[in-house]
Write a protein that binds this ligand. Structure first.
Ligand code: KG4
Ligand code: ZN
Length: 333
C-alpha cells in the first residue's frame, strides 16, 4: 500500500511516501522543510508565522515528495497527517491539506498521533526491532518513557512534569549565547571537550517522573557565577550541561529497565540524535535501537509509517474531525 504522510505539528513542514506491507516496507521519498531560520530572530517558534509558513510550503513539499518517489496523486492509496499533539494552527494546515487529498482522490484518511510516530520511528529504520520494547521519547516538547506492546498499545511509565529534555538543552544553549534552538550546537561544542572544571548537582534522583526545573536553576546559577566567558570555558560548560542532562535521562531509563519486564530499549525524538546520550545508552547491557539521525527529528516518514500501520489494521479517520493540541499517547488504542 502506497501511503503519503504529512507532518506540520510545529516548525517543520514534512512529507514522505512509503510502500508498506506488514513486516516489509520501503521508504520511497521524504522531504523536510525546516522553519528554524524564520523563528530564530524571535528566539522560539511563533505559532502564527509557523502555520502561515506551512500553508505556503505544503504544496511544494508534497509535490516534491511525490516527484522523488516517482508517483502522482493517483498512485496514493492512503494519506495520513499529524493530528496532535502540537500547535493547533500548525496541525490544522497539514490535517486539512491531507483531508483535501483524501477527498479529491478518494483515498482513506488517517489522523496520526505525533508521539506514536516518534515511538514507531526506531522500527521504521530497524526492521529487526519487534514489539514489545521500552521507548524513551526525548524531543523538544515531550519527555516520557513508554512501554510499547504494539501499535496503539502503550503504557506510560514516566513523563516530565515541567520542561522536556530538548527544552532543557535549548534553554541552556540560550543562556550560553547560542541562537535558537541551540541544543544540537551546545552538544557539538560540548563534544570537543573530554573533561571540565565545572560540575552540576545530580538531579531527578528523588521524584517520580522527569523534572528539569532543578537542573535549570543550577545551570543558570553556574553560568551567572562565570560572568564573561571565553571559548574554552564555554565548551567546558557545554560539556558539563550536556553531561548532566544525559545523566538524568540515563538514571530514569535505568530505573525503568529495572522495574519493567521489557528488556529491549528504543530511543526516539530530537534529543535521541545526541551522540553522548547514544553512547551512554549503548553501554546498557540490553539491545538498543535508534532511528536514523534525520528520523530523530520531526519528519514525514514516521507519520507515513504510523498511518500505514493503522491502515493495515483497517482503520481510517472520518473527515469531520478536529486536531488535538494535547493528545497523550497512552490514550490511543
Ligand atoms: O523531535 P523534535 O524534532 O521536535 C519535537 O517534536 O519537539 O525535537 C527537537 C528538539 C530540540 O529541542 C532540539 O534542540 C533537540 O531536539 N535536539 C538535540 C540534538 N538535536 C536536536 N538536543 C541535544 N542534542 C542534539 N544533538
Ligand atoms: Zn516531534
Amino acid at each position: 500500500m502506497i501511503v503519503l504522510g504529512i507532518e506540520t505539528s510545529c516548525d517543520e513542514t514534512a512529507a514522505a511516501v512509503i510502500d508498506f506491507r506488514e513486516g516489509d516496507w520501503t521508504l520511497l521519498s521524504e522531504v523536510v522543510s525546516s522553519q528554524v531560520a524564520l523563528h530564530r530572530e524571535y528566539g522560539g517558534v511563533v505559532p502564527e508565522l509557523a502555520s502561515r509558513e506551512h500553508l505556503t510550503n505544503l504544496p511544494l513539499v508534497v509535490d516534491e515528495a511525490l516527484n522523488s518517489a516517482g508517483i502522482s496523486f493517483e498512485d496514493i492509496e492512503g494519506v495520513g497527517a499529524t493530528r496532535g499533539p502540537g500547535l493547533k494552527g500548525c496541525l490544522l494546515m497539514g490535517y486539512c491539506y491531507a483531508k483535501g487529498i483524501s477527498l479529491a482522490h478518494d483515498v482513506p484518511f488517517l489522523g496520526v498521533n505525533h508521539i506514536e510516530g516518534h515511538i514507531l520511528a526506531p522500527m521504521l529504520d530497524n526492521p529487526e526491532l519487534t514489539f514489545p520494547y521500552l521507548c524513551l521519547v526525548v524531543s523538544g516538547g515531550h519527555t516520557e518513557i513508554v512501554e510499547v506492546y504494539g501499535v496503539g498499545s502503550y503504557k506510560l511509565v514516566a513523563r516530565t512534569i515541567d520542561d522536556a529534555a530538548g527544552e532543557a538543552f535549548d534553554k541552556s544553549a540560550h543562556l550560553l549565547g547560542f541562537p535558537y534552538p541551540g541544543g544540537a550546537a551546545l552538544s557539538r561544542l560540548g563534544d570537543t571537550c573530554e573533561s571540565s572544571r565545572f560540575s552540576l548537582p545530580k538531579v531527578m534522583r528523588e521524584q517520580e517522573g522527569f523534572s528539569f526545573s532543578g537542573l535549570k536553576t543550577a545551570i543558570s546559577l553556574l553560568l551567572k557565577k562565570q560572568g564573561e566567558i571565553d571559548h574554552e570555558t564555554k565548551a567546558e560548560l557545554a560539556f558539563t550541561i550536556q553531561g548532566s542532562i544525559v545523566d538524568a535521562l540515563l538514571f530514569k531509563l535505568k530505573g525503568a529497565l529495572n522495574t519493567s519486564s521489557l528488556k529491549t530499549v528504543a530511543l526516539t525524538g530530537g534529543v535521541s540524535a545526541n551522540r553522548r546520550l547514544r553512547a551512554e545508552v549503548e553501554k546498557l547491557r540490553v539491545p538498543v535501537y535508534f532511528p536514523r539521525m534525520d528520523h530523530c527529528m520531526d519528519n514525514g516518514a514516521m507519520i507515513a509509517f504510523a498511518a500505514a500501520h493503522r491502515f493495515a489494521r483497517g482503520e481510517s479517520t472520518p473527515l469531520d474531525t478536529e486536531v488535538f493540541g494535547r493528545w497523550p499517547v497512552e490514550e490511543l488504542a
